[in-house]
Design a protein around this ligand. Structure first.
Ligand SMILES: NC(=O)c1ccc[n+]([C@@H]2O[C@H](COP(=O)([O-])OP(=O)(O)OC[C@H]3O[C@@H](n4cnc5c(N)ncnc54)[C@H](O)[C@@H]3O)[C@@H](O)[C@H]2O)c1
Ligand SMILES: [Zn+2]
Length: 397
């Protein structure tokens, strides 16, 4: 008989997400965080910065590390979805190697949006089987989503995030003052992910968004209510992640708005940003919930009015029922054969469904197209507006 061993072990995970404002002020020690709380901090750092952010803050970042007498190397990377690839990961790895970063005590600092942080996270994970890294998000989507979870990824052969790992950072440091240079579109993009958390688990957060969302957009998150709103959203997101960090459970509330979204992001012309695709997905999901009497007419209106107030799209010309149904099928495969489609039950709660039909999607899209004729303009009118029975239930919205 041959021998057989079974090895079982556990990996404790601990990382810190904390707010700190005016991060590049030399008086602020947050960027020196090494998780040890020791005065023996190694005074060496590789800092990788999104090149647009480097143009905005490069001088202050240099001054910061010089002031603290850190031996550092600043790598400015021009990144986008198009070069979110292994080649760019290797560019970072080359830098880590050249600098001879120590395995434990010299966390790499990633300063930028989700693309930059995903690339640096993967590089940190691969280099010498993993060195610590710190995420400093500079986009709203980064703050409420990409910085605070455990995932890293790059695109591969036309597939988004096809190569990636679970590799939590040592810390994510959230500084909302960095958001003031973002475009309106980037702010709306991040608000979509906050709306997601509000809709599935936090009715009070939704009320805060209704009251202050437009000001958040116009002030680029510098209004006094932005921090408590972002804080609530981060809290909601982390609660969900903490109990399912490795995504063993496939029914995830945070997947709300992420059923049709991957296909929309991939195929939409003109392009949709991630948060915009999430918004369109949520608008359809809310209508599906209405058709199943899970939310009321007034609740649909509240959600749509909020989305309009922060300039999030409710529909995109690409949204034919055929494409959306194919997107659902593709996501179902990814969710191990069951739809696990989260739908809101009222505002602030959700349930999973496995039986959403093509007809329901068609009815939902038609209803939204009637409300948003501009957004639907290029959507096949034959399919949406003239085909099938008129949707009497929702056309009154
Ligand atoms: N790892 C995760 O858990 C996770 C979660 C969500 C999203 N993501 C990934 O994040 C990416 C999207 O991130 P994103 O929305 O931050 O996009 P992004 O990183 O492309 O940044 C958007 C744009 O904003 C610019 N920018 C960044 N900071 C700025 C600032 N302070 N002022 C002005 N401009 C600034 C960037 O140069 C870029 O042009 C996607 O690739 C997605 O897959 C990852
Ligand atoms: Zn998302």
């Amino acid at each position: 008989m041959s021998a057989k061993w079974s090895v079982k072990t556990q990996l404790p995970v601990h990382y810190t997400v904390f707010e700190s404002f005016d991060l590049f002020n030399p008086e602020n020690n947050a960027l020196l965080f090494d998780g040890q709380n020791s005065s023996l901090q190694s005074l060496r750092r590789v800092v990788v910065v999104d090149d647009y952010v480097e143009r905005l803050h490069g001088e202050r970042i240099h001054q910061y590390f010089q002031y603290h007498e850190i031996e550092y190397r600043l790598l400015s990377l021009s990144v986008s979805e198009d070069n979110k690839s292994m080649d760019t990961v290797f560019q970072v790895v080359e830098e880590l190697n050249a600098f001879e970063v120590s395995r434990r005590s010299e966390p790499v600092i990633a300063i930028g949006g989700g693309v930059l942080m995903d690339i640096v996270g993967l590089a940190a994970n691969l280099f010498r089987r993993g060195i610590p890294y710190i995420r400093v998000p500079t986009t709203l989507l980064g703050v409420v989503d990409a910085a605070i979870g455990a995932k890293t990824a790059v695109n591969f052969q036309g597939h988004k995030n096809r190569i990636g790992t679970f590799y939590p950072p040592l810390a994510a440091i959230l500084d909302t003052t960095l958001l003031q240079t973002l475009s309106d579109r980037q702010i709306s993009n991040g608000i979509a992910e906050i709306l997601k958390i509000a809709l599935v688990k936090d009715a009070e957060l939704f009320e805060l968004l209704e009251k202050h969302g437009a000001a958040m957009l116009s002030s680029k998150c510098q209004n006094p209510e932005a921090v408590p709103i972002i804080r609530r959203s981060v809290q909601g997101m982390l609660e969900d992640l903490e109990s399912n960090l490795w995504e063993e459970k496939l029914e995830r509330l945070v997947d709300y708005g992420h059923t049709f979204c991957p296909t929309l992001e991939l195929k939409a012309v003109p392009k949709l940003l991630h948060g915009e695709a999430v918004a369109v997905d949520m608008a359809i999901s809310v209508m599906l919930a209405y058709q199943r009497s899970l939310v009321t007419y007034q609740e649909v209106e509240r959600v749509y009015n909020f989305m309009r107030s922060v300039r999030l799209p409710l529909l995109h010309p690409i949204c034919t029922p055929e494409l959306l149904y194919a997107a659902l099928q593709s996501t179902t495969k990814h969710r191990n054969g069951l739809q696990r489609f989260p739908l809101t039950v009222g505002i602030g709660a959700a349930q999973f469904f496995h039986d959403i039909t093509y007809e329901e999607i068609k009815t939902a899209v038609k209803a939204i197209a009637q409300l948003e004729p501009d957004a639907a303009r290029q959507t096949s009118p034959d399919t949406l507006l003239n085909g099938g029975d008129p949707c009497t239930q929702v056309s009154s919205l």
